[in-house]
Each structure stands twice: as C-alpha cells, then as structure tokens.
Design a protein around this ligand. Structure first.
Ligand code: ISJ
Length: 467
C-alpha cells in the first residue's frame, strides 16, 4: 500500500505534467484537471477554510470540495435561472490524463425561501458575515470524488491563469489535503450530554400554531402546511464536524450526509429525501411525506408500519406531494411514472411513506429549471404552494435559512442530484441549532405532530452526542 508521502510525490509530479499541457491562456471559462488517487480515503477530512461534503454510505459515494475556484451567489424569485447562466456560456473544460472516468463537479444549493432579488454576484469571496448566501453555485479549487474503491482529485481554475502561480497554489493545497486524507480516524470521544438552551416555538406555542393551521385549513384554500421548529443545544466541547459526519453515516447509512462550511459555520444534514436526480435524460424525484415512529420490538415496528400504510391522513398528506410534483413537471416532462402505492422508507428514528417518481424531461429543461419548478414541494411547504408559503411566511416564528432548502452536486454536462435539507443543524463551536417540521392536514393532532418532530430532531441530537 502506498504511503501518503509517496502518494503526495506522485501527485505533485503528475500535476506538473498535467499543468504543462493545459490551455491556460484561453481568455474565459473554467479548466479542471482530474488525477487518479492511488488509494481511496475512508473519509473527506475537515481542513481550514471553505469546504463542502456529500456522502452516501450505502452507495459508497463521496464528493468533497475545498476552496473556491469560482462561485456565484443569487437571490430573488429568479435565483436558480440566474445561477444557471453562470455555467451556460463560458466553457468548462476538463482533462482526465489518468483516464479516471470521473468528471468535475460543482455544489449547487439554496435556502428554503428566496430573499429579495440581487444581481448575480460572481465569487470568489462573497459576504463573510453570513454563513450561507441565499443561493450558491460553487466550483471548488480541489474536489475529491470517491465511488466504491476508486477515487480522484479534481483541480479547477478560472481562465486565463498563469501556469507557475497555478501550480504553486495547487501544490500547496495538495500538501494540506493528501496527508489529511490518510490520517487514521480519531478515536471515539466520550458521549456528551447536550443542554437544550432554547426552542422556538415551545410545546405550548406549537399547539397554538397547529390549531391556527387547522383553522386555516378548515377555512381553505390551504389544505396542508408544514410547520417547523428550531431547537438550540450546547455541548460540553466544540462539536467536531468530522466525527458528526461519521456518526450520521453510521446511524443513517441510507441518507445523504451533507456538510457545508463557510465563514466559520457548518451546516450539516443527514437527509433521506432527494428533491431530484437527473442523469442521462432521466429524472427521479422522491415523494416523502407521512411519518410514523419505529417500534423497539419486531412486532411493534411491523404494527407501526402497517398503521402508516393504512392511515388515511398520512396517505392524503403523501398524495399532496405526488400531485404537486406531477403538476410542477406537467409541461416540461413526459413519461411520468409513480408506483400505485407508496413504499415505506425505514430510518432508525422514523419511517416514512415514500414514492420514487420517474419522468423524462424535455430537451432544454435543465436541472436548474426542474429544481425551480419542484421546490418547495408540499413535503416541506404545503398545498397549494403559494397560499401555504404566504401563510408560513406570516406565521412561522423564525427564518428557516437553508433548512428545507436543497443542495447537491452538479456536473458540467448538466446532470446532478439535489437533496432536501432535512434532519439538519447549523453548528458553530459548541452550539448547534437544529430544525424539524411536520405536515399538518385536516385531522392532525398537535401532540402527535410534536412527537413526530421530536423523533426527527433525535436524528441529529443522537449524532451530536458523539461529535
Ligand atoms: C419537514 C420535515 O420532514 C418532511 C415531512 C414529513 C412528514 O410530515 O411526514 C416527512 C418527511 C419530510 O418530507 C423534517 O424532517 O423536518
């Protein structure tokens, strides 16, 4: 097995050869170089500075990005279409001298609600006071991609670029990253007791909000709203995001773990829900809504599962999502396919009704268009969309930020995957702010919905105790 130092020397030599071949005098666009990593790392390390990470344990998939080769921020109702223009015209060239078969990638993500419109702002840099801007497209300076046991590094730069400076920069980044890639994983910490330091709304406020929502639903036209809570906790030590991601990967191997770090804050999620996956002309959307707990015994668990599959209220809540996805895609997709009955997606803290939806987008319909049409689905917002959104804007006691927004990986050919940001927390030092919500429809019981949000919060709370 190659030692980290030998891997570093090998990569530095390959990088010098690759840079010498690049058309760096080209006056615009992006250039990426892919190099094979001789040994796949077990995880992506946390380094100083801006970084993101998407890891799916069950799929054996990892994408991480460090630094910014290019970044664009947008806000307003046209935020996604304005970000789409950023990558549309200047070319994104890639060379893959090691024939890794991987491709370059960017991170695309956005908050739940669009903020007041601003002109498209090119990076790097951006506002250093806010953890995350309203919508962000981010090409990392070094990307790490692993699939099963193969791995590659992706170096990216805006063009034109000066070869000596570029090589010096990339070497410097490589020297930080490569040793960290192969460091043995740190030993476990003693599990920590977390202190709940605040919440919004509290249990009484929640009951009142659910009753208001039910009154609104009875008056119409709103038929569903998804109410949310935030919970503030403090740990006895600074949370270690690498350990947090490891714990989430172990507890929720079928979920996508996400970490976005900018300006000293980390936004971390372990989400079961895909807003969309677009690959080779096929679109996949997860409709996930309708929730039950897990039972400790096999019999109790089966009883809860059967109850979920037979519950009229949960099936209605679920149906809203399927119908809204169908409507959102009606004039841009063909071949809409949805299973006749939902399946159950079982996680360690909850089980959900789940319908994997398939469709074929018409040509010219990009991932940005599809995301703008689909977001927010009634799984996290309500139905009808505009009325539910307006009611929540006036009623919810705190801004959601990126909770119930979406984030994921985008490839230069336009394929990619976006995940709904659920089961998440904003982590800064020893403090964490957690979010969870539940869909309210006619017949919802405030206390049962509170318990549902407690079970959803438990996902991140249990992982934070190990971090
Ligand atoms: C809003 C959340 O979850 C959403 C709401 C669900 C429900 O109401 O049954 C289920 C899954 C998610 O679509 C959350 O986890 O915070």
């Amino acid at each position: 097995m190659l030692a980290p130092l030998a891997i570093l020397e090998h990569l530095e030599a390959r990088l010098a050869e690759a840079v010498a071949e690049l058309p760096l005098t080209t006056t615009s666009g992006l250039q990426s170089v892919l190099l094979a990593l001789p040994r796949a790392p077990a995880a992506a390390p946390q380094l100083a500075g801006r970084q993101f990470q998407f890891r799916h344990a069950q799929r054996g998939e990892l994408h991480a990005g460090y630094g910014e080769a290019a970044a664009w921020q947008a806000a307003g109702p046209e935020r996604l279409s304005s970000l789409s223009t950023a990558l549309a015209s200047p070319q994104w060239r890639r060379t893959d001298p090691d024939a890794t078969g991987f491709d370059a990638f960017a991170m695309l993500g956005f908050a739940a609600a669009d903020a007041p419109a601003q002109p498209l702002a090119p990076g790097p840099g951006g506002d250093t006071a806010v953890p995350l801007p309203n919508a962000l497209l981010w090409v990392p300076e070094i990307g790490l991609v692993c699939q099963d046991h193969a791995a590659a590094l992706v170096f990216s730069t805006p063009l034109p670029a000066a070869p000596e400076q570029l090589l010096a920069r990339w070497r410097h980044l490589l020297r930080d990253l490569v040793p960290a890639l192969y460091e043995p994983s740190p030993g476990p910490r003693p599990t920590a007791r977390l202190q709940r330091t605040g919440e919004e709304p509290d249990a009484t406020g929640w009951r009142r909000l659910v009753r208001d929502a039910l009154a609104q639903i009875a008056a119409g036209p709103v038929a569903k709203v998804v109410l949310s809570r935030r919970l503030m906790v403090r740990g006895p030590r600074e949370f270690d995001v690498a350990r947090l991601l490891d714990a989430l990967g172990c507890l929720f191997p079928s979920c996508q773990t996400v970490s976005l770090r900018r300006n000293g804050h980390s936004f971390v999620a372990a989400t079961p829900e895909r807003l969309l996956g677009l690959r080779a002309g096929r679109l996949q959307v997860d409709a996930i809504a309708g929730t039950a707990g897990r039972g400790e015994s096999v019999a109790e668990d089966a009883r809860l599962r059967a109850g979920l599959l037979g519950c009229e209220k949960n099936l209605r809540e679920h149906r809203f999502v399927i119908d809204a996805v169908r409507t959102a895609l009606a004039d841009c997709c063909a071949g809409f396919r949805v299973p006749a009955t939902p399946q159950v997606l079982a996680l360690s803290n909850a089980q959900h009704l789940w319908s994997p939806i398939d469709a074929r987008p018409r040509s010219g319909c990009s991932l940005f268009d599809l995301a703008a049409r689909l977001h927010p689905t009634p799984a996290t917002n309500g139905q009808p969309r505009a009325e539910a959104q307006a009611w929540l804007r006036d009623t919810e006691p705190f801004p959601r930020g990126w909770y119930t927004g979406a984030a994921g990986i985008l490839r230069p050919n336009g394929d990619g995957e976006l995940w709904v940001l659920l089961r998440c927390a904003q982590v800064s030092g020893a403090e964490a702010e957690l979010f969870a919500g539940a869909g309210i429809v006619a017949g919802s019981d405030p206390d049962a919905e509170w318990s549902e949000t407690e079970a959803k919060l438990a996902a991140m709370l249990s992982a934070l105790r190990y971090a």
